[in-house]
Each structure stands twice: as C-alpha cells, then as structure tokens.
Design a protein around this ligand. Structure first.
Ligand code: ADP
Ligand code: ZN
Length: 748
C-alpha cells in the first residue's frame, strides 16, 4: 500500500478510514457469508489489484468479516464518500471462477440467498491465513555464550531437555522443562539456544495412478476404457456407471481416476457417508499407494485448513468427501465421481436445500469435465436422463470370479407371522439356525434404532410423545432413556402414566434393533451377536473394528440399521433377513417405493459376496406390491417401468417439478396467519398447481408449528421464477420462517 496523502490528525477508529481514503481506488462488490442475496460495494486500494474470487476482510457495522470479491462494484446508489474500505486481501489463493459460478447457480436453483451459499465455499476461515511454520529449538555450544549469559536452574533444565532429545517447538519445550515462554525468549536473545524454522511436512502424498489394479474382466475393461476416454476427452459429459453390487464399479472408476492423474488433473469423489468408508480408503490406498485427502464435517480444524489450502494450491490430487466437498476450490479438476448417486443423503435439508449430485453435474458443466454417477440402483432421475440420451451409461452385469448374486425370497407375514411379542417368523428363524449350523454368518436388518418406536400405557392407551415435536419418543433401553429422533429431547420412562396415573403401565410397541437383539439372545443363546447402528458405531474407529470383527468371524449374527447396508464385503455372511421390508413404504411419499427398492437391494447385496452363495429373506405384509415382486425376481427394469408409469401419470418428478414451502412459527396462530398470507398471494397460472396450506405431517418440530404448501408444475415451467415472483414481495413477521425446498426429498 502506498503512503497516504492525508496526514492523520486524529487518533481512534476513524484513522483507518482516512488512511485508506485516497485516490485512486477500485470500487469492488463483495459477497459476505450472511443470509443475504445482495453483495456490498467497498472501495479498495488499487495496489491490492482485487479480482473476482479474491478473499478479503471488510468492515460491516462494528464487525469485521471475510467475504469474496465478485468483481467491480456497481451499486451507484451508494455515494463514494460513504463507501467503506476493504481492510486487506487475505493471503490465500483466489476462489476459482467455477466455484463462484457454482455459488450463483446453487443460489438461483435453490432460491437460497447467495450469501448463504458462499458461506459453504468459505467455511474454513482459518485456511485464509498463511500456514504458520513451526519453529524448533536447539542448544548452542556453551563456548558461544559462556561468561555472557547467566545459567539459572530453569535455564539449565531447558538445556538438559534439549541435550537429551530432539529439537523441540516452544510448546513442547516449555512443558518438558517446566518453564515459561519468556524464559525461552531470554535464552534465545542471550544466544544459549537457537530457533530454526522448519517447513511443514508436505501433508498430501501424490497418488500413483500407474500402479496395477486387478486384471479387469471383459465388461469392466470396456466400461473403464469408456470412462477413461471421457477423462481424456476433457469435455463436459455425464456417465451413469450402472452395475450390480460387487460387479467392480469402484475398480472401474479407479481407472478413470488413474486417467485423470495421468492427465495432470485433480479428481473429486463424493461419497454419502464418509464416516463408514474406512474400507473405501483402504482400497484406494491399495490401488494408488497413498491415502486420498478426505473432506467431511468432523475434520479437525488443522486438517480442514491444510486440506482446503492444498486443494486450492493443487497439492491435493484426489479428494474423497461428503457433499460439502463440492464447493472446494479445485483449480485443475478433471473428473467428478458421485458414488451411490441415488442416496438421499446427498440432499441437504437444512439451510441451503441443495442436492449435491445435481450440483455436482452443474460443477462438471461449469468446469467442462466428465462426471460419473455410480450406483447399483440408479435414481429415477438418472435412469430417465440415460433413457432420453442426455447421459451416457456403462453397464456391469456380473460379479467377477465365482461370486453370484443372492437368491431373494419373500416371507408373507400374513401366513407365516411370528408368535405374539416376537418379530422373527418361523421360516426366518429356521434359516438363521441353518446358517449358524453351517458356521456361516447372518445379518438381520431393521432400519429402526433403539428398543421400541412407541411406548404406550396399557390401561388408557396414552402414547409417549416428544414435548417439542409431533413424534413418538423412541425407547433406547441401552441408554435407559426415551429419545426424540427429531430434536434430541430425552427423558426417563415416567413411573405413572401422565394421562390416567396408572403405575408401571407402559409397554413397548414394535421393534427396534435393541429389542430384536433380545429375541436373538433368547432364540440363539450361543450365537455371538453385535448391534450395528449409529448408536453403537459412533465413529470411524468403532466402524472399522466392527468390520474387522465380522470379517474375522468373531460375530455370528449382525443386527443392524442402514449403517450396515453399504459397501462392506463380508465373505462369510450368507444370510440376510429383512425384518420389516414394508417399513419404508409407510407414509408413502413420492420416492417411498424407489427408496425401499434401493435400500433393500443394497442390503440384499451384503449376502454371498464371495464363494458362498447368499440368501435373502424379506418379511413383508405386502408381497404383491411391485417393489417386493421386483426384489424377489431381481427384475429392476420391471420395477422402474412401473414406477415411471406412476410418476408420469401423476406428473411427478422427473416428469414434473415440485417445490415444498414450509412456514413455521412459535405458535399455531402465527403459523396459520402466515400460511394464509402466503396462500392469498399465490399465483393463478396455467400448469402451476398449489396444494395447501395444511399442517405439516410433523406439525410441530423443535417447538415450532409448521404449515406446508406444495407447488407442482409441468417440466417446462420455470418453477424458481414462479416462486420468486410469488414469494419475494411477501413480508412476514420476524418470528415466522419460510423455507423453500425445490425438488424436495422430505415431505414431513
Ligand atoms: P462395486 O463397486 O460394484 O460394488 P467393487 O468394485 O467393490 O464392486 O468390487 C467388488 C469386489 O470384487 C471387490 O473386493 C473388488 O476388489 C473385487 N473385484 C472387482 N473386480 C475385480 C477383478 N477384475 N478382479 C479381481 N477382483 C475384483
Ligand atoms: Zn422432539
């Protein structure tokens, strides 16, 4: 910064403004990570040479904030003399143009304020400071300082610590010698010890794409070559990698990653549940010799900072991450892979309601690069895009080697129901027994955490509900508590029924995995079983230990929720019993059948992955439904056809557009009043149907009363424009919240 031409005559905060108020300056537009759509104009010293994507610190009211320069300022309504000045440009690579374009795109698509979206792109403020080099200390020869410095007992301790061990940084040195930092400083000044700056170790090794993977089968080779060809073509394309579980989809996209590495490009792999992917990381390391960089919400701050910077600087070549990795500042991206692309976990429900798969396709288009959407059960959206020729596809139809697909059979609970108070039907019990007799493993799948989903009073029928939500409390017997799965409320089982005062009258209704474990213990007392849910596999270490124990055959029966549905290869697991196959169909939202098919198909894929053939038994009350029939027959196309028929007939996505509007308020009156205001302003347009307002299925959530509207339009209608025209003029009370969800996945 050049010297100011105005000499400061006063002290105090105003001086900063005077200092930076000199000609010439640039007027720049800065987007701040606040729930606002607008960017603000600031002035900046021309010497800063600010450009789109630069990260800057600016004043806002009494605060200082970090924001992103969008370009030259354009808000002429703010006169020059009222403009405040950019405080500084942060020492960090600028955000690539594609990331800023992606922010704009995501905001326009989801109707979220741009500031809320940019917040996801600059969620790691510490990454914007230059990395702090670590400083270590060594002792200087006594001859250098003897006679000039005093040797106190404390100083002696420091020297002896350094004499016995390696060079230490200040933190370790003060701790080990039991001295304060000022003593260290004094010793440096008097030449007794010497500080050395050490460059931080390069944290991200480069994956080696030239190592050999397994010898691919014929169809794998074809698929891998097609995908790698797309990488070398270096242009936007979408390819569905559609192959049965265990057919080698991962091996195939590893080949594409190798192609990206060979072309000097970065690769991004999105996974739905990073926490459980220890196995994925291991496979990556086997193939490429090093671990990839990882990105998810639980990263330690230091790792987060280093990773962000290394992505921007290009030292990270391959990164695997959860959905938020999509907003990382890759500058040489050459490939995006979305694994398990059908997973609804890619849809973020809170804050910016975006679908990471869809926005990943947008980023690939902005980058002009290929993207692969990988699944054994592709989403209907992807299937339709392939059928219409908008997306390409590669297919994998066989499991390599001798591994076969499991045989799936239905157990009709109307005819073979379990005994009262139990949940395993006689045919399933018999199958488990046979499996154990063979020395093999069984898995019981029930997508319900806890002991029982409902607790009710035997004498009056009162049901225990969450005080903050329209939801039953779920008993977690291992914790000794009743828990709300929506807001986290928890309490003890009351001694007396709050409704009829009867004592000890509560009974559990329906099974959760804990209750199932009780039944397993009674029926198979000698079997070693393990509960696997988000309550028991609470982190990557526990999950890895679980996988190891199953592989080592230290467990005979796994009782699991959806955390066991994905990805693991358990060679001795030959039986999967689905306790309540109809569970996901209840509630009947748009994608209930699709999701049930995907989940159960995936669970079924756990059985018989190696040489031993697998068997899958689905307990159902509705064996005649297309989902159950398709699962039993292994006929995915039949299921897709019936599902497509229904969606087309109803004009539902992907054959029409939907948006949900949720209005919530601290009390029912205000929620109703706001819902009426919104409904009254609703447009009357051809091809636009508006349903509601009505109380949301979860009428109360975390103490807020909720009303819902659903907007349904034809495919050609610009639903975002309809919503903007309708909603932006509406002013609601500050206690009322209005959330828009374009293409909703949750209808609760
Ligand atoms: P998917 O991703 O389709 O479920 P994977 O890529 O995980 O399938 O492959 C399933 C298992 O088969 C893995 O253990 C993998 O290493 C192995 N596998 C896949 N292809 C081959 C091959 N050509 N040769 C040997 N093993 C293979
Ligand atoms: Zn609750």
């Amino acid at each position: 910064m050049s010297a100011p031409s105005i000499r400061p005559i006063r002290t105090g905060p105003i001086v900063t403004d005077l200092l930076s108020f000199h000609d010439p300056f640039d007027r720049v537009s800065v987007l701040l990570p606040l729930p606002l759509d607008a960017a603000y104009d600031y002035k900046a010293d021309t010497a800063l040479a600010l450009e789109r994507g630069d990260v800057v610190e600016v004043p806002l009211g009494q605060r200082r904030m970090i924001g992103v320069v969008l370009g030259p300022g354009g808000d002429e309504s703010v006169p020059e003399e009222r403009l405040r000045a950019v405080i500084r440009r942060l020492d960090t690579p600028r955000l690539p143009k594609t990331v800023i374009d992606l922010v704009d795109w995501t905001a326009a698509w989801t109707l979220a304020p741009r500031g809320a979206v940019v917040r996801m792109a600059i969620s790691t403020p510490s990454a914007f400071e230059p990395p702090v080099p670590s400083v270590v200390h060594t002792a200087r020869p006594e001859a250098d300082w003897i006679g000039q410095a005093r040797l106190t007992p404390a100083r002696r301790r420091v020297l002896s610590v350094l004499a016995d061990g390696p060079a230490l940084d200040q933190k370790d040195l003060t701790r080990e010698a039991g001295v304060g930092p000022s003593l260290i400083k004094g010793m440096i000044e008097s030449g007794m010890i010497e500080p050395h700056t050490v460059a931080p170790a390069p944290p991200f090794a480069v994956p080696d794409g030239t190592r050999d993977g397994p010898v691919l089968t014929g169809e794998q080779r074809v698929a891998a070559a097609a995908l790698a060809g797309r990488v070398t073509a270096d242009a936007f394309s979408v390819t569905a990698v559609d192959g049965i579980t265990g057919s080698g989809k991962t091996e195939v996209y590893f080949e594409a990653i190798a192609a990206a590495l060979a072309a000097g490009k970065q690769a991004l792999v999105l996974l739905p549940e990073i926490a459980l992917s220890a196995e994925w990381l291991e496979r990556f390391e086997d193939r490429f010799g090093v671990e990839p960089a990882v990105w998810h919400s639980d990263l330690k701050p230091r790792v987060r900072r280093e990773t962000w910077r290394a992505v921007a600087e290009g030292t990270v070549r391959v990164l695997v991450g959860a959905r938020s990795a999509l907003f990382l500042p890759f500058t040489e991206l050459g490939l995006i892979v979305v694994d398990e692309e059908h997973e609804s976990a890619y849809k973020q429900e809170d804050g910016v309601a975006y679908h990471a798969r869809d926005m990943a396709v947008v980023r690939a288009r902005l980058e002009g690069i290929p993207i692969a959407l990988v699944s054994a059960t592709p989403s209907l959206e992807t299937v339709e895009n392939v059928r219409q020729g908008r997306y390409g596809a590669v297919h994998l139809t066989a499991r390599p080697g001798s591994a076969t697909l499991p045989e799936v059979a239905l157990i009709d609970l109307r005819r073979h129901g379990p005994e009262r108070g139990t949940f395993l039907s006689p045919p399933l019990v018999a199958a488990i027994q046979r499996t154990l007799d063979e020395g093999e493993q069984a898995m019981l799948f029930l997508n319900r955490r806890g002991y029982a989903p409902l607790t009710l009073c035997r004498s009056c029928g009162h049901r225990l509900e969450c005080p903050n939500c329209t939801a039953w409390l779920v008993e977690h017997r291992l914790l000794g508590r009743l828990v709300c799965h929506h807001c986290g409320f928890s309490g003890r089982l009351p001694k007396r029924c709050p409704s009829c005062e009867a004592e000890d009258s509560f009974v559990a209704s329906g099974p959760g995995v804990e209750r199932l474990a009780e039944e397993v213990l009674t029926r198979f007392p000698d079997a070693r079983f393990q509960l696997a849910s988000s309550d028991t596999l609470t982190g990557p270490d526990k999950a890895a230990e679980f996988v190891r124990a199953v592989r080592a055959r230290e467990i005979d029966i796994v009782i699991g929720t959806q955390v066991v549905a994905k990805g693991h290869n358990f060679p001795w697991l030959t039986l999967v019993g689905v306790v309540d196959a109809d569970l996901g169909l209840a509630g009947g939202d748009l994608r209930a059948s699709e999701r049930t098919y995907q989940l159960l198909h995936q669970v079924a894929g756990r059985a018989g992955r190696a040489e031993r053939p697998g068997r899958v038994l689905l307990q159902t009350h509705a064996p005649e439904t297309p989902v159950m029939q398709a699962l039993a027959a292994g006929d995915r196309d039949a299921f897709l056809d019936s599902e497509i028929q229904q969606r087309k007939a109803a004009g539902m996505p992907p054959y029409g557009r939907l948006a949900g509007i949720v209005i919530s308020a601290p009390d029912a009156e205000r929620a109703d009043a706001a819902a009426r205001t919104v409904a009254r302003a609703a447009p009357r347009l051809n091809g636009v149907d508006i349903l509601g307002p009505a109380p949301a299925p979860i009428t109360m959530l975390r103490g807020r009363h909720r009303r819902r509207l659903l907007v349904k339009t034809g495919r050609q209608v610009n639903i975002q424009q309809v919503l903007r025209d309708w909603l932006s003029p509406i002013k609601l009370e500050t206690s009322v919240r209005l959330q828009v969800d374009v293409d909703p996945y949750s209808f609760m």
